[in-house]
Design a protein around this ligand. Structure first.
Ligand code: SF4
Ligand code: SF4
Length: 705
């Protein structure tokens, strides 16, 4: 009888073992390459995407997010299971390769893995196979019994994915069992023949199998051995070729998806990569209208989604019952790709996406809050895709009715309210305010070091003008030489751009850029995170910009500002992170440092805070568009603050203020909950110099020189 250590030596089958396994290898690899080639077809037809810069940074992110599985532990249990499976796969990769080769070359040993090193590696991989097997069982039980809500597929999105997921878990479990049985039968066979055999790792799956089959006759062991080997081979190649048809495709694509992921936060992709603004008028059509208008990277994202549901779990639009679930934006596009670019048959492309796989309301429902992107372990991008789809709709003249008026007003007057430009600085002219602070208008006659960029909502909304006045008083208090542009300032265009109106955004940006440059300021400060994000990421050639909370935090750190103790100690404050300050610009600590510097201020954290902050409903043009929803995002947010034990919500964004104050009323929580902007709170508590003669606070501060 032949030795049982290599199936390649089988001679009593119809086909010799070596030939059979070589054929399986060749067929398996050929099938896999063919499927991958077909999956690459749409990517070849896709729009350009320039993602080949900064290779070292990209490699660093691969190490962190792919190899280091950085985001997985944000969901502790599922994340730990995934990390164990991933680590097991990485460790088992060389073993799987060597097992496959043994079928055609009986003496094959992976270089460097002979002798002691090989034995240590075998022990490690015995445990790795065991851990992966156990994780498969746990994951299957979770999917079938506990069924976390985020895996559910609402009826409108088609059939659930549980069966597919469990089938794949089963295949991997079979692979682990086959591998372990192959090892166990080898070792048992060697032992029975009195040949030296390596010890298997105690309590591992192969070790348990060896105990179970060790006393079988040698001939039976041989059958177990070759059967296990054959099952391993067939399962391995079946899995390899099956994965590109579903959620497991991420095993192949995730490394590339992460390598090519977007590097900057807060930015938007250009209308067309490689086409400068000056040549945009030559672009035939803007945005994404058909599947082929997506970039190749965005298509790669569709392939890479693991359907884990984390994006949807954190999406405020989904939570509020809007017709948008980021996970299904991806799944629907992937299904479209699979159907229209089949592995067998011809590609059938070019259908409009809106009306076929996406609805208009779905695409307008996004607040661009970034929660989905922050959560996705595979760095799948959403905002750029959604904005591109909006660009496509706008290009087709498909603008929601309620947005037509504000967009027209922005075009004509530079603000969405259609108010006169000359009224832009009226908030700074109120007599009572001028008693406390005078604000320069940088209209050519006056100059300043710092520009306070006010933006439309703070300039024109009666309630939000208080933020403008508080910000000015703070800047005065710290001795900042500042001024505003007044009538020369137009809307920053931040939301206009995110609503897909690129040309209008460019007009607003160019106007503001010229006005800022003409003012001669050296830096810009704003109290509006949307303006901050626009000036920082969407504008070019403007002086450095800071949000007022950054200025304040610095002043607090160097001891330039002191605060009076809070008067009402019953108040408990919760800070709400505005999306465009927090997630998009990573400013989490500065506003908290300012709050914590106010003596006696009691502050609690909401469960969803910092990078998991929950959008209050979207800023800018979202105020003019109300998608269908079951409940208001703002109401959900206010309830979160109440659950945290707060009765005052502090924010640092005028749009958040509108949404939250409105939500307090809608939720019927007036009297129990209130909202205040950080600048207003600081302004109320600043220790100001006292006039010794009148024993009253010297409120009048001349701003700048
Ligand atoms: S950006 Fe925010 S609202 Fe839009 S899909 Fe992502 S999580 Fe949902
Ligand atoms: S996009 Fe990312 S977070 Fe969302 S389901 Fe897919 S893998 Fe999970």
């Amino acid at each position: 009888m032949v030795g049982i250590y290599s199936p390649s030596l089988i001679t009593d089958w119809l086909v010799p073992g070596r030939d059979l396994f070589l054929t399986i290898h060749v067929l398996g690899i050929a099938c896999f390459l063919y499927i991958i080639a077909k999956r690459l077809v749409p990517l070849m037809r896709a729009e350009r995407d320039l993602r080949f810069d900064r290779p070292l940074t990209r490699l660093g992110r691969v190490l962190k997010f792919w190899l280091g599985q950085w985001r997985h532990t944000r969901y502790k249990f599922a994340g730990t299971i995934h990390i164990l499976i991933f680590a097991g796969f990485i460790l088992l990769a060389v073993r799987a390769f060597s097992v496959l080769i043994v079928g055609v070359s009986e003496d094959f040993v992976v270089p460097g893995l002979s002798g002691r090193a090989g034995h240590i590696y075998d022990i490690i991989t015995d445990y790795a196979a065991t851990v992966v097997f156990v994780c498969m069982l746990v994951a299957a039980v979770r999917r079938l019994v506990f069924k976390p809500a985020r895996y559910a597929v609402p009826a409108k999105y088609g059939k659930g994915h549980t069966a597919d997921a469990v089938f794949l878990l089963g295949l991997i479990a079979i692979l682990m069992v086959a591998d372990s049985l192959f090892s166990a039968s080898n070792v048992a066979g060697h032992a029975q023949r009195g040949q030296p055999a390596e010890a298997l790792a105690a309590l591992s799956l192969p070790w348990l199998f060896q105990i179970a089959i060790g006393s079988m006759p040698l001939a039976t062991l041989w059958v177990v051995n070759v059967t296990a080997y054959l099952v391993h081979e067939v399962t391995f190649y079946f899995l390899l070729c099956y994965r590109p048809f579903g959620i497991q495709f991420h095993v192949e694509t995730s490394l590339f998806s992460i390598y090519f992921a977007k590097l900057e936060r807060g930015t938007l992709k250009p209308v067309r990569w490689g086409v400068p603004d000056e040549r945009l008028d030559q672009v035939k059509a803007f945005g994404v209208k058909t599947f082929e208008d997506f970039t190749w990277k965005h298509m790669l994202d569709f392939y890479s989604c693991a359907d884990c549901g984390r994006c949807a779990d954190n999406c405020p639009a989904n939570a509020a019952g809007r017709p948008l679930t980021p996970r299904f934006l991806t799944i629907k596009a992937r299904d479209y790709a699979f159907q229209h670019y089949p592995v067998l048959g011809k590609a059938n492309n070019g259908k409009p996406l809106i009306g076929n796989i996406y609805s208009e309301d779905e695409i307008w429902s996004c607040t661009t809050c970034g929660a989905c992107e922050e959560e996705c372990p595979l760095l799948v991008e959403y905002i750029d895709k959604i904005v591109d789809l909006r660009r496509g709709m706008i290009d087709d003249g498909n603008v929601p009715q309620s947005l037509q008026k504000p967009l027209k007003a922005l075009e004509n007057r530079g603000n969405p309210y259609g108010k006169l430009e000359k009224k832009k600085a009226d908030w700074a002219k109120a007599a009572e305010f001028q008693r406390t602070c005078s604000v320069k208008i940088l209209d050519g006659d006056k100059s300043a070091c710092t520009l306070y960029f006010v933006d439309s909502i703070t300039s024109y909304d009666d309630r939000m003008q208080s933020i403008g006045r508080s910000t000015s008083r703070i800047l005065s208090h710290i001795g900042e030489d500042f001024g505003i542009l007044g009538a020369a300032e137009k809307d920053s265009g931040h939301e206009v751009r995110r609503f897909g109106e690129e040309m209008l955004f460019m007009a607003l940006r160019d106007h503001n850029t010229d006005a800022i440059k003409a003012s001669g300021v050296q830096r810009v400060v704003t109290a509006d995170p949307h303006a901050y994000n626009a000036l920082k990421h969407d504008y070019k050639d403007v002086p450095p910009v800071e949000h007022i909370c950054q200025v304040l935090a610095r002043e607090v750190r160097v001891g330039n500002v002191q605060f009076n103790r809070v008067e009402n100690e019953d108040k408990v404050y919760a800070y709400h992170d505005p999306c465009y300050l927090g997630r998009h610009n990573q400013i989490y600590d500065d506003p908290r440092a300012v709050l914590d510097a106010i003596p006696g201020l009691k502050r609690v954290e909401m469960k969803r805070s910092r990078d998991r902050s929950f959008c209050c409903g979207g800023g800018g043009l979202m105020l003019f568009y109300e998608p269908k929803e079951e409940q208001r995002m703002g109401v959900l947010r206010v309830r979160m603050a109440a659950e945290a034990g707060a009765n005052v919500i502090v924010t640092a964004c005028p749009f958040c203020m509108v949404n939250i104050e409105d939500a307090i009323k809608v939720a019927g929580m007036e009297g129990e909950m209130s909202a205040i902007d950080l600048t207003e709170l600081v302004d109320q508590h600043l220790v100001r110099p006292v006039c010794p003669e009148k024993n009253e606070e010297l409120e009048t501060v001349t701003c700048g020189g």
